[in-house]
Ligand binder design. Sequence first.
Ligand SMILES: N[C@@H](CCC(=O)N[C@@H](CS)C(=O)NCC(=O)O)C(=O)O
Length: 203
Amino acid sequence: MIKLYDFPLSGHAHKARLMLSLLNIEYERIEVALAKGEQQSEHFLTLNPFHHVPVLDDNGLVIRDSNAIITYLAKKYGTEWYPNDAQSSARIQEWLAVSTKEVSEGPGAARLVNVFGAGLDHQAAIEKSHELLTIIEQHLSSREWIAIDRVSVADIALFTYIAHAPEGDVSLENYPNINAWLARIEALEGFVGMPKTAVGLAV
Ligand SMILES: N[C@@H](CCC(=O)N[C@@H](CS)C(=O)NCC(=O)O)C(=O)O
């Protein structure tokens, strides 16, 4: 059976849980106690020397990194989530890249400050978040899904940290197209959310 090394309040890990659930794949969840430093254990470092969750173990094939995991799952278990043609692949890659930079440095970082007490520049993260959200809001003015004409791994890669942006004091109030897009994802069969976190709860 597939195993997922997981932490409930990690947005990166949630992306993997969401993809597994949307694809209706059964798996065993193994919680890694990040606050206790379990990600630095000898065993976990053999799975991921970068000491991050999520890690997926598909019957001995170990895959680290949330985007690698969701694209692997799509290619193996639900190819419509990552169509193979050159244009779709390029469009999806464009947004996977945004998920690792602009989303991480914006809403991801702003939430890290509030929820985990990270010593980052909160104001800069909030400003970067609104720059990103303004671009996505405009992008979604003429389309339903982020990368191609159907839901894809790109939507899943962006969903979690944008949906949870308010936990980092990044308001989504002025972004109607983004709110409609989030609602479309939440309405998908098999959708599972990440627990909402009160400020400071996880510190
Ligand atoms: N590029 C990685 C980043 C994952 C990541 O940053 N995970 C955090 C939790 S959200 C983590 O495990 N942190 C523990 C640590 O840095 O020791 C991915 O997309 O999976």
